[in-house]
Design a protein around this ligand. Sequence first.
Ligand SMILES: Nc1ncnc2c1ncn2[C@@H]1O[C@H](COP(=O)(O)OP(=O)(O)OP(=O)(O)O)[C@@H](O)[C@H]1O
Ligand SMILES: [Mg+2]
Length: 240
Amino acid sequence: MKLLRTEGLSKHFGGVAAVEDLSLDVDEGEIFGLIGPNGSGKTTALNMLSGFLAPDRGRVFFADEEVTDATPVALARRGLLRMFQTTRVFSRISAFDNLLTAGLARGLTEFEAGERARALLEELTLAPVMYLDAGQLSGGQRKLLEFGMCFIAPPRIALLDEPFAAVHPVMRETMAGFIRRRNAAGHTFLVVSHDMPIVVELCHRTACMNAGRLIALGPTRDVLQDRAVIEAYLGSDAHA
Ligand SMILES: Nc1ncnc2c1ncn2[C@@H]1O[C@H](COP(=O)(O)OP(=O)(O)OP(=O)(O)O)[C@@H](O)[C@H]1O
Ligand SMILES: [Mg+2]
């Protein structure tokens, strides 16, 4: 089944076509990559898919229902959750309490939230720092904590915006393993990343955007070898 689908999504900011006529679909159970040079429209696309930004034109469907005008909260309730390019955790409370808070906010009992929080801290290698204020954790650890908060009540699809950026390679591997295991358990992911080795390793299919437009979509290796994709990354010099 197509879990998430867009038809002709467009968003302009003043004279800039941040996203232009974007149509793509994510299958249930896949890890779908979204790549493209800086400023190509990836975050704007995620904002429209997750209800944070209203498109100028086009439609979004989740599990075959139109959700173009749905709010982020309504989408999260249905199982579509978004992680941001910048980490969003509460820095003045502990890692454990961040997870507890996320669990309660998603309707778990305190007991359930506590149990799941402990298991996630263990899996994400955060158990040794679980009682430190989140503000004292490294950038990578905060990112891992955010993964935990996202998965305390597992979404059907998680939209991740550059989760691996500026993260230590060991934690990057922890994140990739976490995504792989959740995917093996049936969860779907849409991952925006500039980290091509991880994209190749994780993503079944990948879409590439350039200047707001979709320029390639298919099996990840094919997309990375696509001439238009290589040229987009090299910039206009590639034509010289
Ligand atoms: N709120 C906004 N107001 C005006 N212009 C914006 C806004 N958000 C994005 N843009 C512009 O839209 C275009 C696409 O930006 P977007 O952030 O979606 O790109 P991106 O692919 O996520 O880039 P990056 O890889 O750097 O994160 C850029 O030209 C950007 O400057
Ligand atoms: Mg972005």
